[in-house]
Design a protein around this ligand. Structure first.
Ligand code: HPA
Ligand code: ZN
Length: 341
């Protein structure tokens, strides 16, 4: 009989994913299909050619390809299909709860109405509750390379759908677009009842993480891996138990770290920070949450206990109610008891 090994343990582990851009889950096959049905011409002759073009050397070179890919998303059904395809994959990896980012400005700036985007995504999230046993929250990101005024307009457009959105976030090109550019927008978002998160310390300096905490009042930091350059910031993150949504394969593809062996995930865990592992843009970075965990385990020698801590941190760091978190953590604990190391 094959022993129940660490690989199967990682596959079956109950998981929460807190950092995934829905537009970054657009697999080349689906992109191809959508281009066909929407009668758009692509620069590529085959799906394989398209997949080969997914090659980057930093955040910006990735973002250029990522925004180009969003052009095929036009109808509410396109947004539904995109989200459903991700949720089906997540269910196969025993993701029990997911908090999904979407980038409305990547669509409204192309003439696709805000409403079309959010209705398609929301319908898939609702259907996933009974059909896939996945609960979810939606986080609206502002594109930080655009102006604060544009972010404010997007915030206003979202208010009709406030009940479908738990938080606002900040993504896109980090360098030269510090959190302090968006203080007013985030203040208004909080006044409207949204929670806040922000990408910080991916390519940007530790000071951007401090700004996100002090000026934007974020509940979590997305990425945050550059915090290690500032020991007093690390102490604060540990003391205040600020979650970091780390994305290992993304960091290697975008050359934040040279290789997964060089990644600081294990150090962050050993320092007692509330770290989680996530996929970011899985269609572009070579893997979903399970692949991120498998590769990190292998490269960094993560133990069964580390993997448990990562899974538990994600449930704790989620925006679920306390009783909902408790229910999922109890499920995780039952899983651990049923699969002793
Ligand atoms: N960083 C910043 N913005 C993004 C990313 C990312 O990894 N993915 C999609 N938008
Ligand atoms: Zn991201």
């Amino acid at each position: 009989m094959t022993p129940y090994n660490l690989i199967q343990f990682i596959r079956d582990l109950p998981k929460a994913e807190l950092h995934v851009h829905i537009e970054g889950t657009l697999e080349p096959e689906l992109l191809w299909e959508m281009a066909g049905r929407n009668r758009l011409t692509l620069r590529f002759h085959t799906v394989e050619e398209l997949r080969k073009a997914y090659s980057f050397h930093n955040l910006q070179s990735f973002l250029d390809i990522y925004y180009d890919g969003t052009r095929v998303l036009l109808s509410e059904q396109d947004f539904f299909d995109l989200t459903w395809a991700y949720l089906e994959r997540a269910a196969q990896q025993n993701v029990r709860h997911v908090e999904i980012f979407f980038d409305p400005q990547a669509h409204t700036d192309r003439g696709v109405p805000f409403e079309t985007v959010i209705r398609g995504i929301h319908r898939a999230l609702e259907e996933a509750i009974p059909r896939l046993r996945i609960s979810s929250k939606l986080i609206m990101c502002f594109l930080r390379h655009l102006t604060a005024e544009a972010a404010m307009q997007t915030l206003e457009a979202s208010l009709r759908f406030k009940n479908w959105i738990v938080a606002v976030g900040l993504d896109s090109s980090e360098l030269n677009h510090p959190p302090n550019k968006f203080v007013e927008v985030f203040q208004r978002a909080r006044a409207e009842g949204y929670l806040t998160v922000a990408h910080a310390g991916e390519e940007g300096p530790p000071d951007y993480i401090r700004q996100a905490l002090d000026l934007l009042n974020v509940s979590r930091i997305d990425h945050g891996v550059r915090c290690l350059e500032d020991p007093s910031l690390v102490q604060r993150l540990a003391r205040e138990r600020i979650p970091l949504t780390v994305c290992p394969l993304s960091n290697v593809k975008l050359r934040v770290f040279k290789s997964l062996e060089d990644h600081n995930l294990k150090k962050l865990l050993d320092l007692g920070l509330c770290v989680t592992v996530n996929s970011d843009d899985p269609a572009y970075f070579g893997g979903y949450i399970t692949e991120n965990l498998l590769a990190s385990q292998k490269a960094l020698g993560l133990t069964r206990h580390d993997l448990y801590t990562l899974a538990r941190n994600a449930f704790e760091a989620s925006f679920l109610r306390a009783d909902e978190k408790q229910r999922l953590i109890a499920e995780l604990d039952r899983f651990m008891a049923a699969h002793p190391g």
